[in-house]
Design a protein around this ligand. Structure first.
Ligand SMILES: Cc1cc2nc3c(=O)[nH]c(=O)nc-3n(C[C@H](O)[C@H](O)[C@H](O)COP(=O)(O)O)c2cc1C
Length: 157
């Protein structure tokens, strides 16, 4: 199974989750490559695309929210997952989506937006997960990397 993990991250947490998801996929026998959304290779013989982003303003990062992240000490790519989805064309492939977010009923979810947009592009969405961060600057909640590895392994099935 050949998997491309596409990620955007401003403070490193979503990128760390992407690496853990890829490690989980590999532990279950998949070949998994992690790429920033801004420099993702074209889809080729991939069986699954796993797409992840930090939750910004209840959804996907935008140029404005990335600037806010930079103002708070983060770094931000010029383009991210929203732009990747905007440019990929038809996505006739299996997709799984994840995000990082602050826990809470009103946090919103970038993964939910990714799943909706991927479905509209023709994808079969077979997994969606949120991983939690807390504090400022945000850090992953204890246990989230383990949970990401387990989720990644489950996607290889
Ligand atoms: C501009 C901005 C808006 C945010 N909006 C939300 C939000 O609506 N809901 C939420 O749970 N977290 C929100 N956050 C917190 C981010 O989800 C958190 O910084 C992110 O998960 C960290 O991931 P990263 O280290 O990969 O950038 C926001 C952060 C920024 C910078």
């Amino acid at each position: 199974m050949n998997v491309l993990v596409i990620v955007e991250s401003c403070f490193g947490n979503t990128a760390a989750i992407a690496d853990a998801v890829a490690a989980g996929l590999r532990s279950a026998g998949a070949v998994a490559t992690v790429s920033d959304a801004a420099s993702a290779p074209p889809l080729a013989s991939h069986d699954l695309v796993v797409i992840g982003a930090p939750t910004h303003n209840l959804g996907l990062p935008t140029p404005a929210s990335r600037r806010q992240a930079v103002a708070h000490g983060g770094s931000a790519p010029a383009t991210g997952v929203a732009e990747w989805l905007g440019g990929v064309g038809r996505l006739a492939i299996r997709v799984a989506a994840f995000d990082t977010a602050v826990p809470g009923a009103f946090s919103g979810s970038a993964a939910k937006k990714i799943a909706t947009r991927a479905r509209r592009l023709g994808a079969t969405v077979s997994g969606r997960e949120s991983f939690t961060v807390s504090g400022s600057p945000a850090v992953l909640t204890d246990g989230e990397l383990d949970r990401a590895r387990a989720w990644g392994a489950s996607l290889a099935g």
